[in-house]
Write a protein that binds this ligand. Structure first.
Ligand SMILES: [Zn+2]
Ligand SMILES: [Zn+2]
Length: 159
């Protein structure tokens, strides 16, 4: 497997590779996003805030009465966040915006965790391409907060 991919992701093996034993071995790699953009093309990678040694994705969040910013881990499946301002509340949905230009991130599909939950899509290229993007739920603590390649979500949601 290539370690670096053209689409801006680096493949990190989670443990030293043994001989392939089962199809599950593919689960032992995680993607790290090293490029991420708002729908208008701002780079939202925040080199000043690293989470588990990788610069995070800076995102502005709003819900009634709250306006803040957090940095999300760029590592797939890693739920760590640094909250820069405001507060996140477990089980509560936030609307997510670019911290630079304020444009709202696009919604890919609804998340099944709550009737109004959304899977937010963040492009890995300056021009948004749904097949080259990551997605996660905008409800704090939702298990679908993990990164999924959005093309996979589209396929799953059509099943
Ligand atoms: Zn922007
Ligand atoms: Zn959810």
């Amino acid at each position: 497997m290539e370690r670096f991919r053209k689409d801006g992701r680096l493949v990190i093996p989670l443990m030293n590779r043994k001989k392939p034993e089962s199809p599950k071995d593919e689960d032992k790699v995680r993607y790290v996003v090293n490029e991420a953009y708002c729908p208008k093309g701002c780079n939202i990678i925040d080199n000043e805030h690293k989470i588990n040694n990788a610069p995070g994705l800076r995102i502005r969040f709003k819900r009634p009465g709250i306006d803040g910013e957090f940095v999300l881990s760029a590592i797939e499946g890693d739920f760590d966040k640094i909250i820069l301002s405001g507060e996140l509340e477990d089980g509560v949905k936030d609307d997510l915006y670019c911290p630079h230009c304020g444009v709202a991130f696009k919604i890919l599909v609804n998340c099944c965790c709550k009737p109004d939950a959304d899977m937010i899509v963040i492009g890995l290229t300056p021009e948004l391409d749904f097949n080259n993007a990551i997605t996660f739920c905008n409800v704090t603590g939702c298990a679908n907060g993990t990164f999924v390649k959005s093309g996979d979500v589209i396929r799953h949601s059509r099943l």
